[in-house]
Design a protein around this ligand. Structure first.
Ligand code: 1GP
Length: 246
């Protein structure tokens, strides 16, 4: 089964997935493996590997190979740009930053990378990516016109637009390390309008927030800062259990 099918099957069965995000720039391969093993024991469903800066094919692939060997979990490349393409992850989000002002982020980098992606043979999963306030580093790097936290209609427009363009996933993000997650009423309103799976990330660090994001309608919940900064497996388990609802 492809990773895309896995996400769609889970959605069909009304199972919320948790994905742990590991940034290879932030720790050694050995520490990345420790984080991934902790997350596996705590119940995560997949490991996303990537970050906004300092990403190379080498650090992505060394991390992906070691994480796969240690955990057997699916690995998904969360790309930083066409300068670094993973040959070892099981899949990659083939993503367009829908609210970027920079055409490179919307479609040009994707066009540049496409022949290499075909050659590598990695599974590309078409995904629209929308950055909501506060946006953090990723909002700045991608030159995003951040979606205002109160602008539900803009959020719906991006999500439905992505679906009509044929994208298979939509990801709403407030930025890694954000002090706020995507507003719950925004998640709920978007979810009511779309059929494609909804991924939500940024600022999710407590069981209460994870539960609220799941109940608002996220199909996939991503946590990065928590899993990288907390070495207490029980604490991580509480958040992952709340994210998955089981
Ligand atoms: C970033 O959505 C992810 O792309 C994760 O954010 O680091 O805040 O969990 P956090």
């Amino acid at each position: 089964m492809s990773i895309e099918q896995y996400i769609y099957e889970s959605k069909k069965m009304k199972k919320t997935l948790h994905m742990a995000l590991i940034d290879p720039e932030k720790q050694s391969v050995e520490d990345a493996v420790k984080i991934a093993l902790r997350c596996k024991n705590a119940g995560t469903d997949a490991i996303m590997i990537g970050g906004s800066t300092g990403i190379t094919t080498k650090n992505i692939d060394m991390t992906a190979t070691a994480v796969k060997r240690a955990t057997s979990l699916p690995t998904i490349y969360f790309p930083a740009g066409p300068h670094a393409l993973s040959t070892q992850c099981d899949a990659m989000y083939y993503m367009s930053i829908l609210n970027s002002r920079d055409l490179n982020m919307v479609v040009r980098a994707q066009a540049f990378a496409a022949p290499y992606v075909k050659k590598i043979g990695i599974e590309p999963i078409s995904m629209g990516y929308v950055i909501v306030e506060p946006g953090m580093k990723v909002g700045k790097i991608t030159k995003a016109d951040l979606v205002k936290r109160s602008d539900i209609s803009a959020a719906i427009g991006y999500a439905l637009g992505a679906q009509y363009l044929g994208m298979r996933l939509i990801y709403f993000e407030t930025g890694s390390g954000a002090d706020k997650e995507v507003p719950h009423e925004m998640i709920k309103a978007v979810k009511e309008q779309i059929d494609i799976p909804l991924i939500v990330g940024g600022g999710i660090r407590t069981p209460e927030i994870a539960k609220a994001v799941r109940e608002a309608g996220a199909d996939v919940i991503v946590t990065g800062t928590l899993v990288e900064s907390c070495s207490d497996e029980n604490e991580i388990k509480k958040v992952i259990t709340a994210a998955k609802g089981c």
